[in-house]
Design a protein. Structure first.
Length: 366
């Protein structure tokens, strides 16, 4: 297989529009790397530059330590799977999978052998004589995968391959692609706007915004140690809650929301770490799942809330309420029935609080 490395890579369109801005990234051999971010962040453009479908404006691209800036897509030994399956409707599943091999004039016996092997891996053996119109969306996606796998490329590239599937099929195909990666042991680069796909599939995740990389890390580190408010708000469902405020020295270190409707005293262990931020504008970040009905830690912060929306989900519930002038969502166990207008106590473990510099958006580490 192969490594992929981008060195100071940019893509600049007419009128000096930067779709990708000076990216440095190395994808290791056999790694499953996910590029994630909102629409227009540059993730698909980055993938297309790796594939050779977009030219590189500045910088260098290496595949298997070989400079590929001027090498045609067909000569890069990569396979690209799109969200549009791009199957030939008049061909059978066998012929769709074998098409690329036939173009390369591979021996017929070798084609039979490769297609059989791939169809066994993807559970397509019973469908080889069918045409695409007789297949479900998930089966068509597996055929598209099979067409890529049969070529034995150095690198697999996926451009939002599950976007056209319904929610249940997306979960199924997500699992199948992850299993496929484990079975084949190949380098895979996967683009998605869905952070759930990113978190469940990637060995590492690249979070992008406005053509730039915000953070590259493992899924758990992105969740636990986001470098800024963008990553913190992008990773996690529902999104992290943010409240603007300041630290004040008042019988200890106190967080005070800007509208002064939410005030609490931080545990003593945080005073030395955060006292230099006193009187400076900051953002407090609280993940919805950090709220609980009971104190579960010595450093739990108690707050009183009035429920504005109650959404029972079975094993958990979403409670919406106002805190520090912001609408806040909490995700709590669903065993307690609540009603709109109820005033209840909730608790937050202080160790699960995040603090960000209001000016730069960067994390204040504690």
């Amino acid at each position: 297989m192969a490594t992929v490395e981008l060195k100071n890579v940019s893509k600049i369109y007419s009128e000096n529009v930067k779709a990708v801005d000076n990216i440095n990234l190395k994808i290791e051999d056999k790694e499953f790397l996910v590029l994630v971010g909102p629409s227009g962040c540059g993730k698909s453009t980055t993938l297309r530059m790796v594939a050779g479908l977009e030219s590189i404006s500045t910088g260098e691209m290496f595949i298997d330590e070989k400079l590929v800036n001027d090498i045609q897509p067909k000569d890069r030994d990569i396979a690209l799977v799109f969200q549009n399956y791009a199957l030939y409707p008049h061909m059978t599943v066998f012929d769709n999978i074998a098409f690329g091999l036939k173009l390369r004039k591979i021996d017929k016996n070798e084609i039979q052998k490769r297609v059989k092997n791939v169809s066994d891996i993807l559970e397509l053996s019973d469908l080889l004589n069918r045409k695409p119109k007789a297949l479900s969306g998930g089966q068509r996606q597996r055929v598209a995968l099979g067409r890529a796998i049969v070529r034995n490329p150095k690198v697999f590239l996926f451009d939002e391959p599950l976007s056209n599937l319904d929610a249940k099929l997306r979960v199924q195909m997500r699992t199948e692609i992850s299993k496929l990666h484990q079975k084949l042991g190949v380098t895979m680069i996967y683009v998605t706007h869905d952070q759930t796909e990113a978190m469940t599939m990637g060995d590492r995740i690249v979070v992008m915004k406005d053509g730039s990389i915000q953070q590259v890390d493992t899924p758990l580190n992105l969740y636990r140690k986001p470098v800024n408010t963008f990553v913190a708000g992008f990773i996690g469902t529902p999104s992290m809650n943010f409240i603007e405020g300041k630290f004040l020295i008042n019988n200890g270190l106190e967080f005070n929301s800007l509208d002064e409707s939410f005030v609490f005293l931080l545990p003593e262990k945080y005073i030395k770490k955060l006292e230099n931020w006193s009187s400076r504008n900051i953002k407090l970040g609280i993940r919805p799942e950090s709220f609980s009905y009971e104190p579960n830690h010595d450093d739990s912060v108690k707050i009183k809330i009035k429920i504005s929306v109650f959404e029972p989900m079975g094993n958990e519930s979403f409670l919406y309420f106002n805190l520090g002038g912001k609408e806040i969502v909490s995700r709590v166990p669903g065993i307690i029935e609540q009603k709109v207008g109820n005033e209840i106590d909730l608790y937050i473990n202080a160790d699960n609080l995040y603090f960000f510099d209001e000016l730069t958006g960067n994390t204040i580490y504690v």
